[in-house]
Design a protein around this ligand. Structure first.
Ligand code: ZN
Ligand code: MN
Length: 477
């Protein structure tokens, strides 16, 4: 990207709230049900049906606002946003226009840059129109009325990489706070991008909106492409039109969807069925008290108080499930480094191996308590690392105590000092040169003896104990 241009990006992220029911009716908020089975008079827009605000949705919205450091408005209201489309039976979407429930707040990037949020508002989702089934179009209203928050940033981002980092952090925070699943594949997180380019210090360029971005990777790819397109157009004497473009992920290009001429006028006005309401401080304080420790705070604590590397802290807090599992195990085994090491390496390896039958941390059949014990057996040399790995696999198939499995599989290391000594003496025979090297202080040379002892033991000797015993024997000879 040419340094002669500045890139200006703002993001609008829609996020489905993890409520049991919809925003203004009692229909279930669920993914994957048969089409049009989660529908009632309210969310299908029947005349005379009256919306009633779902308190849980408001509280989850508040949680998001507090987790992102926003200012909660003392008074807020709902407005009707009018447009006509087959997936919107009322002819308008209930949203918030000039009095959103919160403003301000934002997310700090690793560089120290703070991406400001302009606002977050509550609104209902539309249904889903399906146009690729032959001669007919189909409409599924299960999603109509599902509660969303829309988080709108100021145009503070200046690259595809920053957009990606902001979205990753936003998703983490909303997941940790229990606001949303943020699963892009299920559509519970959707992102629109506004992008323009300008000369440094020059006038703001014309803004283009990108839609249809269904993964963070696509957001970054679409931005890269669109920025290059705008710069090329301006440098060759052309101009950038104000328009909405769709990203074609397969071709890796953006295409015009609609131009300014058919921009919408939504004729917003206050919804007369939903009066202005107040958010009292005591209630906001109660919602705040339910907020868990957020990912950035956890990462800082893992590094400072537990002595983990920044990298490990990042891997552990990438999902709340992993972080919670780690913390639960830590209550049973005060060995943070070993637990982190096992969780991010050996346990993570299970997820990419189909034979384990476990695809994610949520599917682990054994409890943090048992995991903590397994790590302790390995840490204290009761089993070798490869023995512990075998036990971990066995625990996936039959969730039993690692100690039991260790005995049953005959993986306990031999702690019998007499037996250990016999194996060591046998390995030392005829290896005078190594013995001499070790005596001279070259302990590295010991490595060549440990392997043979482990082999003699059939893998049942603990390498650490073998090392100590060998040293002891050589020094005494
Ligand atoms: Zn309904
Ligand atoms: Mn919206």
């Amino acid at each position: 990207m040419s340094a002669a241009w500045q890139v200006v990006v703002g993001l609008e992220t829609h996020c489905q709230l993890a409520t049991a029911s919809k925003l203004f009716c009692g229909c279930a908020n669920a993914f994957g049900a048969a089409p049009n089975t989660l529908v009632c008079a309210v969310c299908s827009g029947q005349p005379g049906a009256l919306p009633v605000l779902n308190r849980e949705a408001l509280d989850l919205g508040l949680r998001a606002a507090l987790a992102l450091g926003c200012n909660v408005a003392p008074r807020t209201k709902f407005d009707r946003k009018h447009y006509f489309y087959c997936d919107l039976p009322k002819g308008y979407q209930i949203s918030q226009y000039d009095q959103p429930f919160c403003t301000g707040g934002g997310i700090a990037l690793a560089s120290g840059k703070f991406v400001r949020l302009a606002r977050i508002h509550l609104e209902e989702d539309a249904g889903k129109a399906i146009h690729d089934r032959g001669a007919h179009s189909l409409v599924d209203l299960n999603r109509a009325g599902v509660p969303l928050i829309e988080a709108v940033t100021e145009p503070d981002l200046s690259s595809a990489a920053e957009a990606h980092e902001y979205l990753t952090a936003l998703k983490e925070i909303l997941q940790f706070a229990g606001v949303s699943e943020c699963d892009m594949e299920k559509g519970s997180l959707r992102c629109d991008v506004n992008v323009s380019v300008q000369r440094p210090g020059g006038a703001r360029g014309t803004k283009v909106e990108l839609k249809n971005l269904n993964s963070f990777a696509n957001v970054a790819a679409a931005l890269e492409h669109e920025v290059a397109r705008q710069i090329q157009s301006l440098e060759s004497g052309g101009e950038v039109r104000q328009e909405t473009r769709l990203f074609d992920a397969e071709a890796g290009v953006t295409r015009t969807m609609r131009t300014k001429e058919d921009a919408h006028d939504y004729r917003y006005f206050p919804d007369p069925d939903l009066p202005l309401f107040t958010l009292d401080e005591a209630h906001v304080a109660r919602v705040r008290s339910y907020l868990p420790e957020l990912p950035a705070a956890r990462r800082a604590r893992y590094v400072k108080a537990l002595g983990l590397s920044a990298y490990d802290a990042g891997v552990l807090t990438a999902s709340r499930a992993t972080s919670d599992y780690f913390e639960a195990a830590l209550r049973h085994n005060d060995a943070p480094k070993e637990l982190a090491n096992w969780l991010t390496n050996e346990v993570a390896a299970l997820f990419s191996d189909a034979a384990s039958g476990v695809r994610s941390i949520d599917e682990l059949p054994f409890k943090p308590f048992d995991f903590a014990e397994l790590v302790e057996l390995a840490r204290t040399g009761r089993v070798t690392r490869s023995g512990a790995r075998t036990i971990l696999r066995a625990m996936c198939a039959q969730p039993r105590a690692p100690r039991e499995l260790m005995r049953e599989l005959g993986l306990e290391t031999v702690a019998d000092s007499g037996q250990l000594e016999r194996w060591c003496r046998e390995a030392l025979l005829g290896r005078e040169k190594i013995v001499a090297d070790v005596r001279r202080g070259e302990e590295k040379a010991l490595g060549a003896l440990i392997g043979p002892v482990l082999k003699l033991s059939g893998g049942k000797a603990d390498p650490k104990a073998v090392r100590e015993k060998l040293l002891e024997l050589i020094r005494a000879s």
